[in-house]
Design a protein around this ligand. Sequence first.
Ligand code: SF4
Length: 212
Amino acid sequence: MLSSEETTHAIEVMGEMFPNATTSLTKTDPYHFMLSVILSAQTTDKAVNLITPALFERYKDPVDLANASQAEVESYIKTIGLYRNKARFLIKCSQELVERFDGVVPKTRKELMSLSGVGRKTADVVLAECFGIPAFAVDTHVSRVAKRLGMVPADSDVLTIEKILMQKVPQDLWIKGHHRMIFWGRYQCMARNPKCSSCPLLDICPEGRSRV
Ligand code: SF4
């Protein structure tokens, strides 16, 4: 297993390769950004960015969406996967936001996770991106990269990965680390064909050494 120092070093190296790593979702106000993150489950950020301008123009605030019809919301988002469930989540989440939070996106993980469609990863992303509150959201790229590099045990679940990374990496690197590991997973350490032979982390990567 990589030590705290090695894990932090690896994330610094990722930052050298991807100094501008940040969210690929279009940044908006916290409410609309939270909806974008809900919509991004199991689809690409690019696909989400294509549908959100018209959706957010039609539904400008939580009250608009709380009173929307399922069929109309679906018509705006039907190009992305799971659109029926997602339309339901958007409406329900907006209703809950109006009923319990006066239409204002809350700033704690617990409150965020009490909203329909908002899991831990979505809550972490909203905390980090909208409010600058340190969080280490774990998606499929973060999970794969952390396991391949031996930052975490190979059988770790998402919550365990998040806890270990938060323990090993200084807090001021959590948000950047999340972005860097996503970029690393997208462009360097891809699921099928990672670029191990040219990887600057090969020396400390057990998976890479077994591949080259
Ligand atoms: Fe990924 Fe290969 Fe680099 Fe390891 S050596 S981090 S598996 S690309």
